[in-house]
Design a binder for this molecule. Structure first.
Ligand code: MN
Length: 339
């Protein structure tokens, strides 16, 4: 038991405390949040690189006893220290990528050289994320990546798929993220699903939920991947309007997933009221309660081996939602193991 016997979950927390005000170290915690403040390829609204620090601050305000998942704090929840190397990679890659993003893609030899450097930094970042995630998994703990843009969980899903071949993927997003090297960048935030689907042998069935902003080629790719199911926002809306209960829809969504599942959440999959400062907000989307029920239905018959929360905006409200989401995802993951 990592917590001191006199630990009071109702006591106030503040600066200097660990994530959620808990005193446990990453080495002794059942849930380990890995902060990845990186957003080299964000193309519209910027600021998600600030989210991990914002979420850490917001976590101090959150009650540890959770109405949905019980008492995740008892397992210990901690965030890894911020690594200055990741901040340096982010600064360097953002400076290199910015002119290319503004030009809508690499137009000159200088752009192409800078693009190659951004790709190389992405390779290094993926290795960093992979290494930390693999270490958490080896300890038998649950890793939670805190982005950063939606490119950052690649190395984490890779590590989880190595540990659990055939790993399933529950993907919450407004976008399919099925683009091939969006604006020329191999590790673009708009390419995470494409990269996971085409570069990871160990990945099993995936289900995308909440899609409502996708290109024609992305739609074609989604249909072409045998081990990928996608639910558009439109079809979910019609099913609900026709009187289909969300619990039954949720059961159908998770049904094709294998036993072990990684949950990747781009917060723009939710209605924009929850994280209005996310990089590419889209009207429509999942309600908070619908997502919680979906995760609860998932944990009843599947094991959540890890998760990520990406694209949270640089704002106290968005961070409040992001911190709660990370805590509940950790809680559902713990519940999924206690079955
Ligand atoms: Mn995304």
């Amino acid at each position: 038991m990592p917590l001191p016997p006199d630990f009071d979950p109702d006591a106030p927390a503040g600066p200097g405390d660990g994530a959620f005000g808990l005193p446990t170290t990453p080495d002794e915690s059942g849930i380990v949040l890995i902060p990845v403040p990186f957003e080299a390829t964000t193309s519209f609204g910027r600021g998600t690189a600030a989210a991990p620090r914002r979420i850490l601050e917001a976590s101090w305000q959150i009650d540890l006893n959770d109405t949905d998942t019980g008492e995740p704090w008892r397992a210990g929840v901690a965030m890894l220290p911020f690594d200055p190397q990741v901040d340096a990679w982010n600064r360097e890659a953002c400076a290199l990528a910015q002119p290319i993003v503004e030009a809508g893609g690499p137009q000159t030899d200088a752009h192409r050289a800078a693009r190659d450097e951004v790709d190389a930094i992405g390779d290094a970042l993926n290795k960093w994320v992979h290494g930390h995630t693999a270490a958490v998994l080896r300890r038998g703990a649950i890793p939670g990546i805190i982005g950063g843009d939606h490119s950052v969980p690649f190395g984490a899903v890779q590590a989880a798929a190595e540990a659990h071949p055939g790993l399933g993927l529950l993907h919450i997003d407004a976008h399919a993220d099925a683009r091939v090297a969006y604006e020329g960048f191999r590790w673009s935030h708009a390419s995470i699903l494409h990269n996971l689907r085409t570069r990871l042998r160990g990945l099993g069935h995936g289900v995308s939920v909440g899609l409502r902003d996708l290109g024609r080629e992305e739609s074609r790719l989604l249909r072409s991947w045998e081990r990928q199911t996608a639910y558009s926002d439109t079809e979910l809306r019609y099913e609900k309007a026709a009187g289909e209960p969300w619990l039954r829809i949720a059961a159908r969504i998770v049904q094709p997933l294998p036993e072990k599942v990684w949950v990747t959440v781009d917060v723009d999959g939710l209605e924009p009221q929850y994280c209005p400062h996310t990089g590419t907000p889209v009207p429509g989307g999942l309600d908070w309660g619908e997502l919680m029920l979906l995760l609860d239905v998932l944990q009843q018959n599947h094991e959540i081996v890890g998760f990520d929360v990406c694209e949270v905006g640089d704002h106290a409200w968005d961070a409040n939602v992001g911190a709660r989401l990370a805590y509940k995802l950790g809680g559902y993951a713990l519940m999924s193991r206690g079955r």
